[in-house]
Design a protein around this ligand. Structure first.
Ligand code: ZN
Length: 411
């Protein structure tokens, strides 16, 4: 699929430090060391509804990584998929009485507009599951060839016991896995499975359900194997970062990693990075609870998309946090203050702020610390803290470029 237009990315006069991120598998910070272009896969949307703030927070988080790598001098190959063959999409389309492909096309287009408004650098590849069906089916057949897929009725399952490293990505115990598997799309109780944790890779056609023609017959692929196939095809093994929300730690990323590892014998990704969840009205934002704040609804209310982005950036990407309108108003005030400081032209020296911001972002994408450094500069420039004794004639231009390149905040 086509992604969305790329925003301008100013080139900074200094090179940012190497990027370290928190890796779920090892439980600590790891330095990314791209061999050639940095390779990033972030799990994308199921296009059945508009982009809510939980989605926005995840894609802003990995946009910080994309920018940190670019500012450190790396090319980046970023892949984000679209899960355009999935149960929630079919259910929603049936409920509102439109064709599922039409619903997917409409919501994907709205997502593109939201991402562009938030100045998120687009992926180099934006594959849909349906258009990638041949790759996915090919991967399932390769898994069959090595004997790690078995049949239950007409469906196909991946045998998790085939991967000695199964469990290493999440670090979870079997009990922890079993506790959430059913709630996260798994079917631990299905009769005929060898292990309750085995995951579906192919669902044969059922009466009344959408199905696709393939070399495996009519049916549709499981969600995990879709991502595995697209990631291996577009990035290869041992790519730098697999990203997504913490709700994808298990089973999604665990299954993706295992399916790849039994075929390639190599690690799937070198780091697994997860963004926290966003709540609203006291609960995690979710379709089922109906407590969603949509990016497009805010944009339609003439909210500055940069204020939406800044509200996300005020929270460390790994923290869980709750959206409140007060935070949005505070971001609007903060942007106003930054704009006034930039308009001064000359101001407090920018070079130390550039270093502080780039270092903060290279240290596990610490946007709150970066924002604190910008605030201190704005205070000094506006004179309220009396530190503007050393005036930098280029400060405004330098800071404007920094805010855009590093934080994606264009003022
Ligand atoms: Zn995925």
């Amino acid at each position: 699929m086509r992604a969305w237009p790329a925003p301008d990315l100013p080139v900074l006069p200094v090179t940012a430090p190497p990027v370290r991120v928190h890796d779920t598998a090892s439980g600590g910070l790891v330095e990314t060391r791209p061999d050639g272009p940095a390779r990033l896969y972030v799990c994308g949307i199921t296009p059945y509804d508009a982009t809510h703030m939980g989605h926005a927070a995840t894609y802003v988080a990995f946009d910080l990584l994309h920018r940190a790598w670019r500012n450190a001098g790396h090319d980046v190959v970023y892949v984000q998929n679209v899960t355009d063959v999935d149960d929630p999409l079919f259910e929603r389309a049936a409920k509102v009485g439109i064709d599922w492909r039409e619903l997917a096309a409409r919501e994907t287009e709205l997502f593109r507009q939201d991402m562009a408004a938030l100045r998120i650098l687009p992926p180099a590849h934006f594959p849909g599951a349906e258009e990638s069906l041949h790759l996915i089916v090919d991967l399932i057949r390769r898994l069959q060839d090595v004997g790690v897929v078995y049949q239950v009725d007409d469906d196909l399952y991946f045998s998790v016991s085939a991967d000695p490293a199964f469990g290493d990505e999440s670090g979870w115990t079997r009990d922890e896995m079993l506790a959430v598997f059913a709630d996260r799309g798994g079917d631990p109780d299905r009769a005929g499975k060898k292990d309750p944790l085995d995951c579906l890779v192919w669902r044969a056609e059922r009466p009344g359900e959408p199905a696709l023609d393939s070399a495996l017959g009519r049916g549709r692929p499981g969600w995990h194997v879709e991502c595995t196939a697209m990631a291996l095809d577009l990035l290869g093994e041992r790519f730098d970062v697999q990203g997504g929300g913490t709700d994808l730690i298990f089973p999604h990323h665990e299954m993706c990693a295992s399916e790849a590892q039994v075929l390639t014998g190599a690690p799937y990704a070198l780091a697994y990075v997860h963004a926290g969840m966003v709540a609203y009205d006291g609960a995690k934002m979710s379709k089922s609870k109906g407590n969603l704040v949509f990016v497009s609804a805010l944009r339609n209310s003439d909210v500055d998309p940069m204020a939406i982005r800044l509200t996300v950036l005020r929270h460390h990407y790994r923290s869980d946090w709750e959206w409140t309108d007060d935070q949005l108003w505070a971001s609007i005030d903060q942007l106003d203050r930054w704009r006034r400081a930039l308009a001064v032209g000359a101001g407090a020296p920018a070079a130390p702020v550039v270093d502080a911001v780039l270092t903060a972002l290279a240290t596990d994408l610490d946007a709150p610390s970066a924002i604190a450094a910008v605030d201190a500069w704005a205070d000094a420039t506006l004179g309220s803290s009396g530190l503007a004794d050393t005036s930098d004639p280029e400060a405004g231009a330098s800071m404007r470029a920094l805010l855009d390149a590093a934080l994606g905040v264009a003022l």
